[in-house]
Write a protein that binds this ligand. Structure first.
Ligand code: COS
Length: 379
């Protein structure tokens, strides 16, 4: 890994890698095959303080730079993408509070989120509002100091397990995106319910479900920022979130390449290890270049997120687009190098390829990233 990190950053990254190798990798296959949320890994990350990596110290976390949460996700994704989502989903739910929350909200929820007592996600998507997030129908009406929420969010990451959500809803429908507001919604208070739990191609240890809001009352003080600011908070949160998906993609690609190299050095055909064939070597060279480029772009984007640089929207879309396409290509080729064995579930390659596919889809499809990039270029 050649991007220049500080000594502290290097030490942190290596410590996550060790933990992932020792504690997560041995569980990866089983997590995928059983399709169950790994509570043991959740507890492990909680103990390590990984949920505080995106929360400043003053609000009970330990974040100083965006790169830390990204490196944690990267190193876990190198061995198990489902497990990396435990950190990623919590971070994406936390970003809107840190971006749009009041001082009181940050002080109240920061420590609870950092300790993993509040398990949170990001409630934007609806059946009719995917790429066009502004098409949401879930509504909130203010009645006697409480907002009443009605509607359905779907494809909610970690839906069955969360006890808290940041939910984006219409408070003033005629105003379009300016009529969308964001709320912190707690299950204990507002009693939202889990709907259909999806069966998925990959990331099978990271459950995805509908969340149903039926006259769910939310205290007025749980509004994030002001009414009508929700869409902008969501977009700004995605600017911070997309580099985390890029980091996940880089980790996944790195893991697939390493496993593929190991395989190629052991697999004998035509009297020698297949790693000695130039055709295979060139595949590794392409993988390595692309991974290095994706990683450097992702880490650079983290710096822009830290500085709240106006270019962060542009680069976060660039790194998510590029890194996820790299993850898809690298995992596909890693499987190809392992041939028939690669296709079998005894080997990790098919799981990694299935997991890679979602990185091109969630947090905005790669087609949406291209729209974001082009808009910034043409502005
Ligand atoms: N940061 C802050 N504000 C932003 C922003 C950003 N990155 N991007 C847009 N906004 C603001 C705009 O400035 C505008 O604000 P004003 O009304 O004050 O002018 C408002 O948000 C609406 O922006 P825009 O007109 O660009 O919205 P569109 O409806 O055209 O949608 C896209 C823009 C396509 C980029 C958006 O719908 C999107 O990101 N879709 C993908 C959603 C997604 O990622 N879903 C995954 C779910 S989470 S796993």
């Amino acid at each position: 890994m050649y991007y220049q990190l500080t000594e502290e950053q290097k030490r942190f990254k290596e410590s996550v890698r060790r933990l992932a190798d020792e504690r997560v990798e041995p569980r990866a296959k089983e997590i995928d095959q059983k399709g169950e949320f790994p509570w043991d890994i959740f507890e492990l990350f909680k103990k390590q303080g990984y949920f505080g990596l995106c929360i400043p110290e003053v609000y009970g976390g330990q974040s100083s730079e965006h790169i830390y949460v990204c490196m944690a996700i990267e190193e876990v994704a190198r061995v198990c993408v489902s497990s990396s989502l435990i950190i990623q989903v919590q971070a994406l739910g936390t970003f809107p509070i840190m971006i749009g929350g009041s001082e009181d909200q940050k002080r109240k929820y920061g420590p609870l989120l950092a300790r993993g007592e509040k398990i949170i996600n990001f409630g934007l998507t609806e059946p009719e509002a995917g790429s066009d997030a502004s098409m949401m129908r879930t509504k909130a009406e203010l009645k006697n100091d409480k907002y009443m929420l009605n509607g359905t969010k779907h494809f909610m990451s970690n839906g069955p397990n969360v006890n808290t959500m940041v939910v984006f809803v219409l408070t003033d429908p005629p105003k379009g995106t300016r009529g969308i507001s964001a709320f912190i919604v707690e299950k204990e208070v507002s009693k939202f319910r889990v709907g259909k739990v999806e069966s998925k191609m990959g990331i099978r240890g990271a459950p995805t479900s509908e969340i149903l809001f039926q006259d769910c009352s939310v205290p007025k003080e749980n509004l994030l920022g002001e009414e009508g600011k929700g869409f902008r908070i969501a977009m700004a949160a995605l600017d911070a979130g997309r580099p985390t998906i890029a980091a996940q993609s880089v980790g996944l690609a790195q893991g697939a390449m390493e496993k593929s190299i190991r395989y190629a050095k052991e697999r004998i055909q035509f009297g020698k290890p297949i790693s000695e064939f130039q055709g295979i070597q060139w595949m590794f060279a392409d993988m390595a270049c692309e991974i290095e480029a994706a990683r450097a772009l992702t880490y650079q984007t983290c710096n822009l997120v830290d500085q709240n640089d106006p270019q962060k929207t542009y680069l976060s879309a660039c790194c998510k687009l590029f890194a996820s396409d790299v993850a898809m290509r690298v995992t596909t080729n890693a499987l190809q190098i392992a041939g028939g064995y690669g296709y079998m579930t005894d080997f990790p390659f098919e799981r990694m390829m299935r997991d890679a596919k979602i990185t091109q889809i969630y947090e905005g499809t790669n087609q949406i990233q291209k729209i974001v990039i082009a808009r910034e270029l043409l502005r």
